[in-house]
Design a protein around this ligand. Structure first.
Ligand code: S3P
Length: 755
C-alpha cells in the first residue's frame, strides 16, 4: 500500500520530474488540497506543505496523503522558502488580504505566489494595497474546477485533469513566475488560458457567480416563501439538477458576491429583465415568445454539452480536434441511409424562415453547416423548434419579418450559408455582418458581392473580396439580368433570393446546369419561378407560404460509400433514399463510365425531389477522361472520385474543374498531395488533375480543414497496404455527422484520435 489514500492517476503516472521546488498551500480545502495532492502524486514538486489553521484539518490532510507535512503558520515556513518555490493561496476570497499581509512581512520576493480565488479584481486590489504595487512574483489565477463539495476530505489529485485554469497576468508579472505557475497547472493535467482581470471577472460573474446567486435564491424561495412544508418531498430531477450548487460553501459564495459586486449586478439585471419578459409572456399566454426563448436556450445548452463531450460544433465552433486512424484493407457491406442533403437542408431553413406560416422539415441534416444556418436565422428572431431526429419546425416570419441580429452572424465553415444569405440580407432594412472560420475566410465572395451591387445593394468585403461581409440595410434593390461568369448554384441562388426583394424581374443565366434546389423549393413554397433551359427568373414582391419538406439523403455523402464499395473487393452495399436530382448525379454517371456496378431501384419523388435506393457492388474500375459537362453535376464529389481514379486501371483525366481550387480547400492540390503520400502518380493541372491508378501505400495526409478531403482518404484505406492517418478530420461534422458510425457499421476499420 502506498503512503497515499489516492490511487495513481491512469493518465499521469507518478514519478515525473519536479517542475518546482516546494509547494506551500495556504488553505487545504478542495481547491488547495487537490493541487497539492495532484502535484505530490505526480512527483511534480520536491515537497508539498499545507498551512492550516485547525490542527484537525492538518491531521486529516496527512492521513489522506494530501501533503507531505503541515505547518500552523506561514511565518514559521518563510525562512526555508526561496526561488523555485511556490505559495498557493487557496482561502476564501475575502480572507486573501490577511494572508497577503503575512506574505509581505516575511516571504522573500523570489518566491512565486499564486492564488485560486474566483474573483481576480478584488485580489489585485488587495495585493496593490498591501504591497503598494503589484510585485513581479504574483501570478493571479483561477482554476475552473470547483464543486459543491468542500474541505480537505474532498481533495482529489485528478480534480484538474482536463479542466481549465485561467491566469490573469499583469504587465508587472515576472516571466519566470508566470511560467512556473503555468507548469504546475499543466503538471496536474489542466489546460491553462490567459485573460485580463476585467474579462475574467465579467465572464465568471455571468457563468458562475450569477447561477450560484440564482440557485441559492430559488431554493430559499421554495424553503421560505412557499407555504407548503412538504414541498421538497415532491421535488425531483429538475429541482436536483438546477439547484445542486446551492449546497456550496455559503461563506465562500458570500465572499464572491461581495468581491465581484459590479459584474454580478450587471448580469443579474440582465437576467431579471429577461425573467420579467418571460413572466409577461406566460401571463399573456404568448406561446411564440416562450418557444423562442426555450428553443434558443436549448440550442445554446446543447452546444455547451457538445463542448463538454469534446464533440465539434459551431460558434468558435470546433474546440476539440480529431484525427482518423485507418487500418488497411477490408470491404463494405450492408444497407445504410446517409444523413440529409446539405444543400436542401440549408434552403429549408432559409425559405421556411421567410415564409408565412409554419414549415415542417423531415430528414434535416444535423451537421454543423446546416446548424449554422439555423442558428443565424434564430439570431434574426425566427423561432425554430428542433432539430430532433431530423425534424425541424420553423415559425416563418414572412419576407419582411427578420429582425436585426444583436451581433455579427457567425457561420463557421459554411460557404453555402454565407453566399445564399448575403442575397437575403441585401434585401433587409437592417445592417448585418457575416463571418466564418479560417477556411471560409479564404474563400472568394466577390462572386456574390458583384451581382448584389449591380442590384443596388451595398456590400463590403475584406481584402481580396473575402469574408467577413458587411451588408448595409435599407437599400432598394432592382431586378437584373445576370449572366453567371462561372457555373455556381450558390451564386445563382444568392441572386434569385435577392430577387425576392427586388423591384421587377431578376433573371439568371448559367453557363452550365448547376443544382436547382432553390428554384424547386421556391416553387414548393408557392413562389413562381419560371425556368427555360439555362435561364431562371422571378419577380420580386411575392410571398412564400409555409409547407412540408422531406429532405432526401445527401448524394454527396453517399458518394464516399459508393466509391468505397466500388474499390474494395467483396463489397456489396445499399444506400437508401438517396437524392438523385438530375443536377446532382454526375457522380453516378462518372462512376458508371469507369465501370462501377451501380443499380438504382425504388425510384420515386419526395417533396419535389427525386430519390432512389442505390446498390453498389465491387467492380474493377478503369481510368477515363471525365466529360466536362459532368463537372458541375459532380462538383463536390471529386475528392472521392480521385480515390476511385487512384484505384482504377490506367489514367483518369479531369479538366474544366478550376472551381475545385476555391472550395473548403484547394481540392486539386490537397488531393494531389495526399495521393503522393500514398504513392500514387497524381499530377495537378490548372483546372484539373491527371491520376494514374496503382498500388497504394499508407501514411499521414493533411485535410486543410476540408471535410471531403478527410472522408476521401478514410475510404482510400480500403485499398491501402499500410495504415492511413487523416490529420484533422474535425470538419467532417460539418456535412456528415454520422460518417464514423456508418464507416464502422459497414466494415471500415476507423479509429478516432484526439489531436
Ligand atoms: C452548393 C453549391 C456548390 C457546392 C456546395 C453547395 C449549394 O457550390 O459546391 O457544396 O448548395 O448551392 P458552388 O455554387 O460554389 O459551385
Amino acid at each position: 500500500m502506498s503512503d497515499s489514500a489516492f490511487p495513481a492517476s491512469p493518465t499521469s503516472p507518478p514519478g515525473g520530474e519536479p517542475v518546482i521546488g516546494k509547494l506551500v498551500v495556504v488553505g487545504l480545502g478542495l481547491i488547495g488540497g487537490s493541487l497539492a495532492a495532484g502535484l505530490k502524486l505526480r512527483g511534480a514538486c520536491r515537497e508539498t506543505i499545507g498551512v492550516v489553521r485547525r490542527a484537525e484539518t492538518g491531521r486529516k490532510a496527512l492521513e489522506l496523503g494530501v501533503v507531505d507535512r503541515v505547518s500552523a503558520s506561514l511565518e514559521e515556513l518563510a525562512p526555508e522558502l526561496g526561488e523555485g518555490d511556490v505559495v498557493f493561496i487557496a482561502v476564501p476570497t475575502l480572507s486573501v488580504e490577511s494572508v497577503l499581509q503575512t506574505l509581505h512581512d516575511c516571504v522573500a520576493d523570489t518566491v512565486t505566489v499564486t492564488d485560486g480565488a474566483s474573483v481576480k479584481g478584488s485580489v489585485q486590489r488587495a495585493v496593490e494595497k498591501v504591497y503598494g504595487a503589484m510585485p513581479p512574483q504574483f501570478v493571479l489565477g483561477h482554476p475552473i474546477a470547483g464543486s459543491e463539495r468542500s474541505g480537505v476530505t474532498a481533495a482529489n489529485p485528478d480534480l484538474y485533469e482536463q479542466h481549465r485554469v485561467i491566469l490573469t497576468p499583469l504587465p508587472e508579472t515576472g516571466v519566470e513566475h508566470r511560467e512556473r505557475v503555468r507548469n504546475i497547472w499543466q503538471a496536474v493535467g489542466a489546460e491553462v488560458l490567459e485573460m485580463s482581470v476585467a474579462e475574467h471577472d465579467q465572464v465568471l460573474g455571468a457563468t458562475s457567480h450569477l447561477p450560484h446567486a440564482i440557485a441559492y435564491s430559488l431554493v430559499d424561495t421554495l424553503a421560505e416563501d412557499i407555504g407548503n412544508p412538504n414541498i421538497f418531498r415532491y421535488a425531483a430531477g429538475g429541482f436536483r439538477d438546477f439547484t445542486r450548487i446551492a449546497s456550496s460553501d455559503p461563506v465562500m459564495w458570500h465572499d464572491i458576491m461581495k468581491a465581484n459586486r459590479g459584474a454580478v449586478l450587471d448580469s443579474l439585471d440582465l437576467f431579471i429583465d429577461n425573467l420579467t419578459r418571460l413572466r409577461g409572456a406566460i401571463d399573456r399566454e404568448d406561446g411564440e415568445y416562450l418557444l423562442g426563448v426555450f428553443t434558443r436556450a436549448k440550442a445554446a445548452r446543447d452546444h455547451f454539452t457538445n463542448i463538454l463531450a469534446k464533440r465539434a460544433f459551431v460558434p468558435a465552433m470546433t474546440t476539440a480536434k480529431i484525427d482518423y486512424l485507418l487500418q488497411p484493407g477490408g470491404q463494405v457491406t450492408g444497407t445504410i441511409r446517409v444523413p440529409g442533403d446539405k444543400s436542401i437542408s440549408h434552403r429549408s431553413i432559409m425559405l421556411g424562415s421567410l415564409a408565412e406560416g409554419v414549415t415542417e422539415v423531415e430528414g434535416f441534416l444535423e451537421g454543423e453547416d446546416a446548424l449554422a444556418t439555423l442558428q443565424a436565422f434564430r439570431d434574426m428572431g425566427v423561432v425554430i423548434e428542433g432539430p430532433s431526429e431530423g425534424r425541424v419546425k420553423i415559425h416563418g416570419v414572412g419576407l419582411q419579418g427578420l429582425k436585426a441580429p444583436k451581433k455579427p452572424l457567425y457561420i463557421g465553415n459554411s460557404g453555402t450559408t454565407i453566399r445564399l444569405m448575403s442575397g437575403i440580407l441585401a434585401g433587409q432594412a437592417f445592417d448585418s455582418e457575416i463571418s466564418g472560420d479560417v477556411s471560409l475566410a479564404k474563400r472568394p465572395m466577390d462572386r456574390v458581392a458583384n451581382p448584389l451591387r449591380e442590384m443596388g445593394a451595398v456590400v463590403d468585403t475584406a481584402e481580396g473580396g473575402r469574408p467577413p461581409l458587411k451588408i448595409k440595410g435599407g437599400q432598394p434593390l432592382k431586378g437584373i439580368d445576370y449572366h453567371l461568369p462561372m457555373a455556381s448554384a450558390q451564386v445563382k441562388s444568392c441572386v434569385l433570393l435577392a430577387g425576392l426583394y427586388a423591384e421587377g424581374t431578376t433573371r439568371v443565366t448559367e453557363p452550365a446546369p448547376t443544382r436547382d434546389h432553390t428554384e424547386r423549393m421556391l416553387t414548393g413554397f408557392g413562389y413562381s419561378v419560371s425556368r427555360d433551359g439555362a435561364v431562371a427568373e422571378l419577380t420580386g414582391g411575392g410571398k412564400l407560404t409555409g409547407t412540408k419538406i422531406e429532405v432526401p439523403a445527401d448524394i454527396s455523402s453517399a458518394t464516399f460509400y459508393m466509391v468505397a464499395a466500388s474499390i474494395a473487393p467483396g463489397s456489396d452495399l445499399t444506400l437508401t433514399h438517396v437524392g438523385i436530382n438530375p443536377t446532382r448525379i454526375g457522380v453516378i454517371n462518372i462512376l458508371q463510365a469507369m465501370g462501377a456496378d451501380l443499380t438504382l431501384s425504388n425510384e420515386r419523388t419526395v417533396g419535389g425531389e427525386p430519390v432512389a435506393d442505390i446498390r453498389v457492388r465491387y467492380a474493377p474500375l478503369k481510368g477515363i477522361h471525365i466529360p466536362e459537362d459532368q463537372v458541375p453535376l459532380a462538383i463536390d464529389e471529386f475528392p472521392a472520385l480521385f480515390i476511385a481514379a487512384a484505384c482504377a486501371e490506367g489514367k483518369t483525366v479531369l479538366t474544366g474543374a478550376g472551381e475545385l481550387r476555391v472550395k473548403e480547400s484547394d481540392r486539386i492540390q490537397a488531393m494531389a498531395d495526399g495521393l503522393h503520400t500514398l504513392g500514387i502518380d497524381a499530377q495537378p493541372t490548372e483546372d484539373g488533375i491527371v491520376i494514374v491508378g496503382g498500388p497504394m501505400g499508407g501514411g499521414e495526409v493533411e485535410t486543410h480543414h476540408d471535410h471531403r478531403i478527410a472522408m476521401s482518404f478514410a475510404i482510400a484505406a480500403l485499398r491501402a497496404s499500410q495504415p492511413i492517418r487523416v490529420k484533422d478530420a474535425t470538419n467532417v461534422a460539418t456535412s456528415f455527422p454520422t460518417f464514423v458510425e456508418l464507416a464502422k457499421q459497414t466494415g471500415i476499420s476507423l479509429e478516432v484520435i484526439d489531436r
